[in-house]
Design a protein around this ligand. Sequence first.
Ligand SMILES: C[S@@+](CC[C@H](N)C(=O)[O-])C[C@H]1O[C@@H](n2cnc3c(N)ncnc32)[C@H](O)[C@@H]1O
Length: 244
Amino acid sequence: MNPETVELLHQGAAELKLDLTASEAGFVRLLQLLQEGNARFNLTALKTERDIVLKHFVDSLTCLRGGHLDGTLQVVDLGTGAGFPALPLALVRPELQFTPVDSTRKKVDFVRATAQSLGLENVAPIAGRAETLTRQPEHRDQYDRVVVRAVAALPILAELALPFLREGGRLVAQKGPLSQEELRAGQRAAGELGAQVVEVEPFALPVLGDARTLVVMEKQRPTPARYPRREGVPNQQPLFWSAK
Ligand SMILES: C[S@@+](CC[C@H](N)C(=O)[O-])C[C@H]1O[C@@H](n2cnc3c(N)ncnc32)[C@H](O)[C@@H]1O
């Protein structure tokens, strides 16, 4: 990582009130592993150091806003792709135990190998679809948090994520700008699935200023057994949402 990019990483983190001195070497290595992975198979559309550092690393760290990930927690990263937001969060929060989930085995293999290479013992990825994993007793109602970035519209996320959570657990969804329609559908879906939207916080991505929204849902009752519907249905027929 060139010195200007290292500086941007620290500048972005400082806007989030994070000190990355202890984890800087991990981020430098993560960038290298991502670029090597990209050369072998197309892992992420972002290729430049600056884009990866600001739009993957710093963007992932914004999930820490609001303190929803404070403590010793079991956290699913739903639709982790190449490991976002789980890998940057795991680098700065060793007390969080991450289960990154993705339906694409190739991506999960990359995240596992990368976590091993970084010496991250708090990352244990699994391959599978949320609709199927949350039908398994070892994954349903088990986790304290689900984090998610860039996977689907809110009502779809609610159906895929809330079944992972224990009562009192929270879904922390990092989104772009949010329409009133999507928010309303998300609120109705949350209610249907046993949860409530407890926070909607618009903010600007550090350094770049791009619009982001952190949406937090808290699970208050068990999710009805009929959810999630079978694989693909939450995306094809989102609850309370036709604008997709
Ligand atoms: C656009 S990528 C986002 C990756 C990553 N979260 C990020 O922010 O860079 C969405 C990922 O979600 C995964 N995904 C979508 N639906 C899923 C489901 N139902 N269960 C598990 N993974 C899913 C896809 O395979 C894909 O890797």
